[in-house]
Ligand binder design. Structure first.
Ligand code: FAD
Ligand code: SF4
Length: 330
């Protein structure tokens, strides 16, 4: 590992001073950053550990939503009573990810910003436009079954690996950030990550010195919440495909639907086309399949990912069917 300076500020202001240094990185739980530093994929000159900063924990917002400090661990977030009751899809997504030990350490901010699990990105002997712009994309010529089927480019076909961020996208969460000099801004979870285009090295709309301080969830919308994750083994594995769903049915018709997909794109994929098809429609398998077809109409595979197109459609239909059964039984 390359030598680096380790800085442990005790306030957001001192952290923002420290991050202004050249080639500095924030560290939340370190479960992704430190792994990548060991692989020489990340090579910061200084690491700014944000653990000692009080980011406010949990509180209820004025709109009866939930504010979550960016340093809240994945375990604490998954188990918070209001998350379990009102934002269950988020709790299920978090508990489907990684392991208990990792979740005890990983933070809300760090989970959003974890890097892709593309094998070639993590192997510095292989070309990768994300790690080294202009070097090429090894995934286009090698095994690539975990790669993207939506929104990919000829420069990068990586996927975003987070489960939590998919549920956050479905729930219309917002991130609140701060930059050196005190500038604050709010970013919708659906707008945080970028598609790769010809600059896959730029993964989010955040500046390199921008600190995520908190995340807010809007007023609960009720309904049935489901996080359905399809993976190669039933634990300790990232999603091949996942669906975060909130569904509310009234008199056999869909009153509310929020759907986001994981494992399919460079960002958590809010399924706007499927939502449009489903709004106000009869809750039946034919309409569920039509919505899945509409969402995947532009899907394509640049390698070994072809199977994921049908898998994603089936995952959407299965999540909708399960949620509809539960709604109808309630
Ligand atoms: C074996 C293994 C299995 C895993 N399985 C899954 C899985 O199934 N599903 C899943 O979703 N995840 C999985 N993970 C990934 C895990 O969830 C992430 O490593 C973790 O969420 C990252 O959080 P962290 O706080 O440790 O981030 P860090 O490693 O500390 O940071 C990650 C990135 O975020 C930046 N950062 C951190 N906090 C902030 C902040 N507040 N503001 C601005 N930038 C910040 C850092 O600079 C860094 O670039 C797995 C990880 C491992 C090692
Ligand atoms: S898919 Fe993206 S991350 Fe993977 S090798 Fe290609 S450019 Fe790099």
């Amino acid at each position: 590992m390359k030598p680096f300076q380790f800085i442990r500020p005790d306030s957001a202001d001192t952290a923002l001073d420290a991050i202004s240094a050249e080639n500095a990185k924030f560290m939340g739980g370190g479960t992704n950053l430190v792994d990548l530093m060991k692989l020489q994929v990340e090579t910061p000159d200084s690491v700014v550990d944000i653990h000692r900063i009080d980011m406010g924990g949990f509180s209820e917002t004025e709109e009866s939503g939930l504010r979550i400090g960016a340093d809240v661990t994945n375990t604490a977030l998954a188990n918070h009573p209001k998350v379990r009751k009102d934002y269950r899809v988020l709790s299920e997504a978090l508990l489907s990810g990684a392991t208990a030990q990792l979740r005890n350490r990983a933070t809300t901010g760090g989970n959003f910003l974890q890097r892709t699990r593309c094998y070639y990105f993590m192997d510095t002997t292989r070309p990768c436009n994300k790690r080294e712009p202009g070097s090429g994309c090894a995934a286009l010529d090698g095994p690539s079954r975990i790669h993207a089927i939506l929104g990919a480019s000829d420069h990068c076909i990586a996927t975003h690996p987070s489960d939590m961020a998919v549920a956050m996208a479905a729930l219309d969460a917002q991130l609140h950030t701060r930059k050196p000099g005190g500038e604050n801004r709010t970013i919708a979870a659906t707008e945080l990550h970028r598609l790769p285009g010809d600059t896959p090295n730029i993964e989010t709309v955040l500046d390199s010195d921008e600190l995520i301080e908190s995340v807010t969830l809007p007023q609960p919308i009720g309904g049935t919440h489901i996080y359905r994750k399809v993976r190669d083994r039933s634990s300790y594995a990232f999603a091949l495909v996942s669906a975060a769903l909130v569904l509310k049915i009234h008199d056999g018709k869909i009153e509310t639907v929020r759907l986001a997909l994981g494992g399919v794109a460079h960002k958590p994929w809010r399924a706007a086309k499927a939502e449009k098809c489903l709004a106000g429609a009869e809750a039946n398998d034919e309409n569920f399949r039509a919505a899945a077809e509409a969402e995947l109409a532009d899907a394509n595979s640049k390698g070994d990912q072809t199977f994921k197109i049908e898998l994603t459609k089936r995952t959407i239909v299965a999540a909708l069917s399960e949620a509809a059964d539960r709604e109808n039984a309630a």
